[in-house]
Write a protein that binds this ligand. Sequence first.
Ligand code: NAG
Ligand code: NAG
Ligand code: NAG
Ligand code: NAG
Ligand code: NAG
Ligand code: NAG
Ligand code: NAG
Ligand code: NAG
Length: 396
Amino acid sequence: MVAVQFAVSLLAASTAAATTKRSSGCSADKAPVSLGERHDVTLSNSNRTYMYFLPTTYQPDKPTPLILSFHGASRTSDWQADLDRLTDPYFNTDHIVVYPQALQYGDTSEFIYWQGAPNATADDVGYVSNVLDELDGKLCINQSRIYATGKSQGGGMTGVLACDLNASRRIAAFAPVSGAFYTGAKECGDPSTLAISCNPGRDDIPILDFHGGNDTTISIHGGPRNGGCLPSIRHWVAEWAERNNLTGKPSEQGVLSSSSSSSSAREYRYGTGAEDGLVTFVYDGVHVNHDWPATFNNSDNWAHQSGPAAFNASSMIMDFFAKYTLPDGGSGDDATSTGAASSTAVQTGSPSTSTPSTTSSAASGSPRSGSSVKTESLVVTCVLLVFTLASSGFSW
Ligand SMILES: *[C@@H]1O[C@H](CO)[C@@H](O)[C@H](O)[C@H]1NC(C)=O
Ligand SMILES: *[C@@H]1O[C@H](CO)[C@@H](O)[C@H](O)[C@H]1NC(C)=O
Ligand SMILES: *[C@@H]1O[C@H](CO)[C@@H](O)[C@H](O)[C@H]1NC(C)=O
Ligand SMILES: *[C@@H]1O[C@H](CO)[C@@H](O)[C@H](O)[C@H]1NC(C)=O
Ligand SMILES: *[C@@H]1O[C@H](CO)[C@@H](O)[C@H](O)[C@H]1NC(C)=O
Ligand SMILES: *[C@@H]1O[C@H](CO)[C@@H](O)[C@H](O)[C@H]1NC(C)=O
Ligand SMILES: *[C@@H]1O[C@H](CO)[C@@H](O)[C@H](O)[C@H]1NC(C)=O
Ligand SMILES: *[C@@H]1O[C@H](CO)[C@@H](O)[C@H](O)[C@H]1NC(C)=O
């Protein structure tokens, strides 16, 4: 009995420690880094670079949420920051934004692409892990609130992370825009039934996906491209709904409740109740091309002379991310050794609004409780498991 109580208190203590785990970078004594600016960095022990941005509200001892934003093929971190405008206080006042940089495999920028592209060979998932580890040492990050978004093949990279055993346990929610989700298949066949290999390390992965009805670069219908195969976008999204056990047809609604009658943009929300919208597909509209949807001029809709869209994707992405938090304080632990100890992202906020709100005050609340522990041996097993989790590092 004493042993049981001891084990239970240990379990409670370990669980509390896990949920309050702080970045080693959290310290009021940290040298000040200039806020509201972009910082270019070369990863230590590597020739890889990335850029990060600290909001003006950043405080060195306050755990701050972080967004990874991946540029498209042939583009740069700077290009992506100009496109998503997540460094603009209109969209984001309180999240760190990190803009990773893909490798260039040939003489020109045409050969810049992420893991997942047919010709890419780098371990970009490992690179992203290293970027997060490095930032965790120098910034104060809320490890339960790391998110990923990206454009085009950077949307593809976002999908690669969502499907990765370890990365999916460290990133709370995913929002690809006009994504190129190469499957690696040799024979493309029917893009609406193409097999998609995906091995996420937890259940209930939040996905918000955008695609234009007139995307002339990455067709919404999928098909062969650059020696690879792209699934149709609706198939890719439906596969996520199925992986998350969200059965039934998605509910359909206009993206903007006020002016949706004149807009062909639609939101398709999978799931019901607490899981409503856990997987959401936004059809940008019939005229929207290979764009980052915005109601104003940006480099995409300018280049394609398309749109503008009926909504700002960046506002919807911020609202979506604000709803999801990893309950265990973030986990980069080896999923293979922790078995069923899944880190389910829970919905913590009120339903999404389409207002350009950038605050995340809605994101609070307690995670769903885990399974109840009934016997002494189970408790001891749990304690060992929690210790294993707590003592392993954060690299995935
Ligand atoms: C980094 O090194 C790799 C392998 O040596 C090389 O392929 C790549 O082009 C380099 N990247 C940069 C940004 O210099
Ligand atoms: C989906 O259902 C299967 C079978 O009931 C179960 O094994 C799996 O854990 C469920 N996945 C999710 C994400 O709930
Ligand atoms: C990738 O390689 C294939 C040939 O293997 C080529 O057809 C294609 O153009 C290449 N794509 C890019 C973006 O380099
Ligand atoms: C789709 O984009 C092409 C190329 O920009 C343009 O010529 C065409 O008019 C667009 N179609 C629609 C329906 O917007
Ligand atoms: C639209 O944005 C593009 C790219 O940022 C810029 O080059 C162009 O001048 C802008 N056009 C207008 C009409 O503002
Ligand atoms: C989109 O963002 C711009 C500012 O960046 C804003 O002026 C505009 O009202 C927003 N559109 C919608 C529909 O919220
Ligand atoms: C991270 O954010 C969540 C949701 O806002 C909050 O409950 C949690 O306490 C934060 N974590 C830390 C370490 O501050
Ligand atoms: C996950 O991380 C562990 C090390 O923590 C590593 O052994 C394993 O290969 C990783 N799995 C994947 C799919 O990257």
